[in-house]
Write a protein that binds this ligand. Structure first.
Ligand code: PMP
Length: 320
């Protein structure tokens, strides 16, 4: 039976019953299988996206955030990694909408598309291997503590360089670098890691971009600093310029500038807009989430959740 309109939240199928999209078909999770020798599992020869859909109890719909930009990035990155996704951005969006509907989600959802080398064969390469594609949507709440803020450590692991594995590619293998940094930070009692580049400049978090506020100006590393060119980062550029009416500058950032910042935030589809209140045991600003970060967070959630009509063009509404 369907819940009454607007009444139910947090309604989602059990994992085994989830509808997924795999190898060109809608398949329930329990029926989708990969072989033990799947190339991508052994060599990380895959690339992925992370897309969020927010459930609005008031509108009784899901809102998918900037879905076209995510699929455009995935298609471009796949091509860079010698893979081809046989669907257009419009087709991928339509498949995603169908998946959200089939699952009857009445909760926030994280959508995980993955393009991967499916051949079950030993041998390291990208060429002469079969490409496959899946989309798995999962119910998903907050990835980080977006209200109290988080404590970070500058990682002892350096960010992979563009000439090694391009961080802008979102290649699966790249995330070994992220996982090393994240787990080191966790084991040391921190919430998240901040990478430096090989040159020692501030880069990004394990799966999020970074902004610092210093002397009334937002700073963030440019795309040439081995970052992922984040869609949330791009969204914040709009908010900082158009709403906060503050300057935002892309330039290399020194490590010590982190400690002198008035505010620091991490942002990403998973991380949303997360205040950083401590780095390497130094308090950032007042040690509480700062006013500019809180304002950006509010703008971000209002836009994503369909509460700000001015940004409706970023949303794809899905009636369940
Ligand atoms: N950097 C990395 C390494 C990431 O994995 C992510 C998450 N996709 C981000 C930044 C943030 O990107 P976006 O805002 O597009 O999710």
């Amino acid at each position: 039976m369907q819940p009454a309109a607007g009444a139910a939240t947090d309604v989602a199928p059990a994992r085994e019953d989830l509808w997924t999209f795999h190898e060109g078909e809608f398949t329930q999770y329990r029926n989708a299988h990969l072989g033990l020798l799947t190339h991508a599992l052994h060599y990380g020869t895959a690339c992925f996206e992370g897309i969020r859909a927010y459930w609005s109890p008031n509108a009784n719909r899901l809102f998918v955030f900037r879905v076209a930009e995510h699929y455009q990035r995935l298609k471009s990155n796949s091509r860079m990694l010698h893979m081809e996704i046989p669907y257009s951005v419009e087709e991928l969006t339509a498949i995603t909408i169908e998946l959200l509907r089939r699952n009857q989600f009445r909760t926030d959802v994280y959508v995980r598309p993955l393009c991967y080398k499916a051949t079950e064969e030993i041998g390291i390469r990208f060429h002469n291997l079969r490409d496959a594609f899946m989309i798995v949507p999962v119910p998903f709440g907050s990835y980080m503590d977006t209200s109290a803020g988080i404590r970070c450590q500058v990682s002892t692991w350096r960010r992979v360089d563009d000439n090694a594995i391009p961080p802008r590619s979102k290649a699966s293998g790249l995330y070994v670098n992220s996982a090393l940094a994240k787990t080191e930070a966790f084991l040391n009692g921190f919430d998240e890691a901040i990478f430096l580049t090989q040159e020692g400049h501030v880069c990004e978090g394990s799966a999020m971009n970074i902004f610092i506020l210093r002397n009334g100006m937002f700073l963030t590393p440019p795309s040439s600093e081995n970052i992922l060119e984040g869609i949330t980062r791009d969204t914040l550029f709009t908010f900082i310029r158009d709403e906060l009416r503050m300057p935002v500058v892309e330039r290399p950032i020194d490590r010590s500038e982190l400690y002198l910042a008035d505010e620091v935030l991490l942002c990403g589809t998973g991380a949303e807009v997360t205040p950083v209140v401590e780095i390497d045991r130094r308090r950032i600003g007042s040690g509480e989430p700062g006013p500019a970060t809180q304002r950006l967070q509010q703008l971000y959630f209002d836009a994503c959740k369909g509460r700000d009509d001015r940004y409706a063009a970023w949303l794809t509404a899905v009636d369940i």
